[in-house]
Design a protein around this ligand. Structure first.
Ligand SMILES: CC1=C(/C=C/C(C)=C/C=C/C(C)=C/C=O)C(C)(C)CCC1
Ligand SMILES: [Fe+2]
Length: 547
């Protein structure tokens, strides 16, 4: 497993032509751009956790049936400082680093103090975000890094705090039809006012306002929700949106701000400042997008840990929302490299299987409804919402499917009724070995797998003029543990899960996390005519809606 997780991967700066077998649909033109950790040791020093690894961007450019692959490390300040020092000098999720070990006691004390309010890493290794015409590599701190999606070059470092008062932000933003970004973050430094902030970055601005300026300048706070606990806000990795509402889970997997403030001094990692409180509840916040205010009813469910929201939509008088839920936080525990490298099979058993759960939240709670009555009247789900004495509502989910992670949908259905979830199959180990398509209506699955193959998150790309939700293809970068089998881009027909083509490249490829597809024939390799620019802009909106 060291081959997949622990080994530093070489970057492939020059585009390399892939060997294509099968036939790539003629309409499939564009670039699959993805992100994930690629370097786990610097000099003699090693990261503790897989989520600490230095961001390695990679892309597959598909044009006229041909595929070119390239990869490049994100030249973050973190990367540059580490490489210059030839050791890890910037702290990451699971590794606390000490930049100046030789300092005397006074400057050491000073250094500790300056770390009380930490300056987080800009090692943006999780996802790619599209913002107007710009692309950013993202993580969960206050920093994002602008990148050139074609050359994979690293551009400006952007500090969200310049535009909105947050210290952490998700790397799973949502996009509306116009391509505007809706994201969430947490403000933790203002201790009296720890809060979750939902913010919007408009994709397009009137010409006069725009003039080459970043759309981030026009970021606006959409709504903020005070944290239930001022010193321990919830950790969250994503959130859900329906047409009119936002779904935010304030789960009992929390960050301890006091522990974080002393972590540097105590020599412990940020990860050690997070704890799951199984005795607590998970609060379900529903924010009305029209009023920009939370619905006042207190909805809750049992303690759980959710990283990925799948989708949410309104049906009848309620919101249905689907998430991949765990009984505990064992997932983050398992990604310590020490667990991933030795005795993998034994150490890497999840104590709870990631399960697709559907929740139903009533939008209008009848004050006169009987205590104990189920407020959900839609027939399509067995999820319940029970009225309680104190006007709270207790939601119990319907378990739809066990053993899946890294969910994606046809993003044209985001916020709307939908039928298919594309995901990686994971059972008792967090590492995917299959790709699956789950049909919520028939509760049936289609799967793709191959010996020694480790698939990445499957991404859906709609066919032009698509009518059905699954009219399109699935893209997934596959790495293998068989030295005879080079990594490849897999292209499946999303309807029946048959393989249409694969594009193999004899390079060192990393197992990645998330990314997006940029449709169009541009690839930064030729100049464009104005007409093409317009066409690409339209295509870009589509890219945003798929991300
Ligand atoms: C550095 C840092 C963080 C980083 C978190 C990361 C990097 C999480 C990655 C999560 C992934 C990849 C989940 C996949 O499901 C925190 C804890 C937000 C806060 C403190 C500083
Ligand atoms: Fe994620």
């Amino acid at each position: 497993m060291d081959l997949i997780f622990g080994k530093n991967k070489k970057e492939q700066l020059e585009p390399v032509k892939a060997k294509v077998t099968g036939r790539i649909p003629a309409w499939l033109q564009g670039t699959l751009l993805r992100n994930g950790p690629g370097m786990h040791t610097v000099g003699e020093s090693r990261y503790n956790h897989w989520f600490d690894g230095l961001a390695l961007l990679h892309s597959f450019t598909i044009r006229d049936g041909e595929v070119h692959y390239r990869s490049k490390y994100l030249r973050s300040d973190t990367y540059n400082a580490n490489i210059e020092a030839n050791r890890i000098v910037v702290s990451e999720f699971g590794t606390m680093a000490y930049p100046d070990p030789c300092k005397n006691i006074f400057s050491k004390a000073f250094s500790y103090l300056s770390h009380t309010i930490p300056d987080f890493t800009d090692n943006c290794l999780i996802n790619i975000m599209k913002c107007g015409d710009d692309f950013y590599a993202t993580t969960e701190t206050n920093y994002i890094r602008k990148i050139d999606p074609w050359t994979l070059e690293t551009l400006q470092k952007v500090d969200y705090r310049k535009y909105v008062a947050i210290n952490l932000a998700t790397s799973h933003p949502h996009y509306d039809g116009a391509g505007d970004v809706l994201n969430m973050g947490t403000s933790i430094v203002d201790k009296g006012k720890t809060k979750y902030v939902i913010f919007k970055i408009p994709a397009t601005m009137p010409e006069a306002k725009r003039k080459g300026k970043s759309p981030l300048r026009h970021t606006e706070v959409f709504c903020s929700i005070p944290s239930r606990s001022l010193l321990s806000p919830s950790y969250y990795h994503s959130f859900g949106i329906s047409e009119n509402y936002i779904v935010f889970l304030e789960q009992p997997f929390r960050l301890d701000i006091l522990k974080m403030a002393t972590a540097y001094m105590r020599g412990v990692s940020w990860a050690s400042c997070m704890a799951f409180h199984r005795e607590d509840k998970t609060y379900i916040h529903i924010i009305d997008q029209r009023t920009r205010k939370p619905v006042p009813t207190k909805f809750y469910t049992d303690a759980m840990v959710v990283f990925h929201h799948v989708n949410a939509y309104e049906e009848g008088d309620c919101i249905l929302f689907d998430v991949i839920a765990y009984e505990d936080n064992s997932l983050y525990q398992l990604f310590y490299l020490a667990n991933l490298n030795k005795d993998f099979e034994e150490n890497c058993r999840l104590t709870s299987v990631p399960t697709l759960r559907r929740f139903a939240v009533p939008l209008h709670v009848d004050k006169n409804a009987e205590v104990g009555s189920n407020l959900i009247k839609v027939a399509s789900t067995t999820a319940t919402a029970l009225k309680e004495k104190d006007d709270q509502v207790y939601c119990q989910p319907e378990a739809l499917y066990e053993g899946l992670e890294l969910p994606r949908i046809n993003y044209a259905h985001n916020g709307k009724q939908y039928r298919y979830v594309f995901a990686a199959e994971v059972q008792w180990s967090p590492i995917p070995t299959k790709i699956l398509k789950y049909d919520i209506l028939t509760k049936s699955t289609l799967k793709w797998s191959e010996k020694c193959c480790w698939p990445a998150e499957p991404l859906f790309v709609p066919a032009p003029g698509a009518k059905d939700e699954d009219d399109g293809i699935i893209l997934s970068a596959i790495v293998s543990t068989d030295p005879q089998k080079p990594p490849f881009l897999l292209i499946l027909d999303a309807k029946n899960f048959t393989e249409l083509a694969r594009a193999s490249v004899a390079v060192e490829m990393h197992l990645d996390l998330h990314g997006l597809f940029i449709p169009g024939t541009d690839g930064g390799t030729r100049s464009q005519t104005p007409a093409e620019t317009q066409a690409d802009e339209a295509a870009d909106c589509q890219a945003a809606s798929q991300a």
